[in-house]
Design a protein around this ligand. Sequence first.
Ligand code: NAD
Length: 284
Amino acid sequence: MKIIAVIGAGTMGNGIAHVFAQQGFQVHLIDTQEAALQKAMATIDKNLDRQIAKNTILPDQKINTLQSITTFTNMELGVKDADMIIEAATENIEIKKSIFKNMDAFAKKDCILATNTSSISITQLGAATQRPENVIGMHFMNPVPVMKLVEIIYSQQTLPEVTQKIVALTEQLGKVPCVVKDFPGFISNRILMPMINEAIIALSEGVSDAKTIDQIMKLGMAHPMGPLQLADYIGLDVCHNILMILQEGFHNAKYAPCSLLVDMVKSGKLGVKSGEGFYKYPTP
Ligand SMILES: NC(=O)c1ccc[n+]([C@@H]2O[C@H](COP(=O)([O-])OP(=O)(O)OC[C@H]3O[C@@H](n4cnc5c(N)ncnc54)[C@H](O)[C@@H]3O)[C@@H](O)[C@H]2O)c1
């Protein structure tokens, strides 16, 4: 694989482009918004400077990495030569299905189509294409240049050799692949989101305050961040949507987002991105 196309240049897309370019791949970074592409390149530039300051890369590597990334607002031009595509666009099933349909139409016949979705079924996205055997989940964690885990999700249609290729590619990036079956929430969010929901339930029952709940999980369970603070960083709307997907996917009310979470989302308290969640943040 030489050319990797990344669709969506937001929080995750810029990080994914960064790590592939740094490993010597040619990266085509695609977004419908020119402003998003410019912001992504500025973020990559800043993050590479951080790596130089920490002595993890040399200044020459920064130049090579930036030169390996080409930006596109036209998807067809960006994907037609790609050996593999990673979709990291907005978490919305209709947007993703339409992107998968277009990727399938424009990409080379043997090109693997991967998605960075946190919660949407890989099988459903595969069904939007004529090549479900070449569709796979490649779930990077935020921030991508720092986090080692890549959760790799195969559907019933994904060919075992496609999974093997993505495992090898993940290792080539210096990351750790963990392979799981396509089930709602995969493993990461199936376990994380009920924990976050339970922390919110405990808060709403008045068992303790947010700071104490987080402190207990940090000091007692060696979590680097408490569940409520983590929820603020992920975005309370995102947590809410993933819990809904778990509830619907498993037909089980135990995953239902608790009423405090629902109310906070309704009132626009979305965490860091809105300036307030369980804690207050400088307005973005
Ligand atoms: N943010 C996280 O912590 C995180 C972690 C793991 C996985 N994810 C997943 O990664 C994906 C991207 O999340 P994000 O946080 O980077 O989102 P984001 O909102 O920061 O960025 C999404 C980008 O997609 C672009 N986009 C929308 N429609 C498009 C289209 N048709 N073609 C090309 N670009 C399009 C938008 O302009 C935007 O720049 C989602 O599926 C999300 O679930 C997010």
